[in-house]
Design a protein around this ligand. Structure first.
Ligand code: RB5
Length: 150
């Protein structure tokens, strides 16, 4: 079964808990990187360990949640090899796996309700990358990373 790394800031604690429970019930292996408190914190502190673990291929996918899903995704995308995609609908979740081979899904707890969020998670985790011309484009993203990581 796939291994999932999950994390959030204080703006995503409730949705993280819902998603984590769902994934465990479905049989996924889940590691929770926190936060588990609604006390104010800084989303990069939770994005970084999840993104590093996914980039190191310790997990198949990551799921990151903050209020909007934006800040935590911006931070995750600074880690080379990470393709974090913010999805608020199932079409985007499907497309970002097929076309972008996204390895982290980001969600906004203040944007999507728990029912839609779970549908997005299911879609993301069950859609395969198409490869081909999409791999060429991802390779070009890697080239950009290399250009600026000297
Ligand atoms: C926290 O208030 C909020 O700014 C954060 O969860 C996130 O939405 C940032 O992008």
């Amino acid at each position: 079964m796939k291994k999932i790394a999950i994390g959030c800031d204080h703006g995503g604690v409730e949705l993280k808990s819902e998603i984590k429970n769902f994934l465990i019930k479905e049989g996924y292996e889940v590691k929770d990187f926190g936060t588990n408190s609604t006390d104010s914190c800084d989303y990069p502190d939770y994005a970084l360990p999840v993104a590093e673990a996914v980039a190191a291929k310790e997990f198949d996918f990551g799921i990151l949640i903050c209020g909007t899903g934006i800040g935590i995704g911006l931070a995750a995308n600074k880690v080379p090899g990470i393709r974090a995609a913010l999805c608020s609908d199932t079409f985007s979740a499907h497309a970002t796996r097929e076309h972008n081979n996204a390895n982290i899904l980001t969600l906004g707890q203040r944007v999507v309700g728990p029912g839609l969020a779970l549908d997005i998670v299911k879609t993301f985790l069950n859609t395969e990358f198409e490869g081909g011309r999409h791999q060429t484009r991802i390779d070009k993203i890697s080239e950009i990373e290399k250009k600026y990581n000297k």
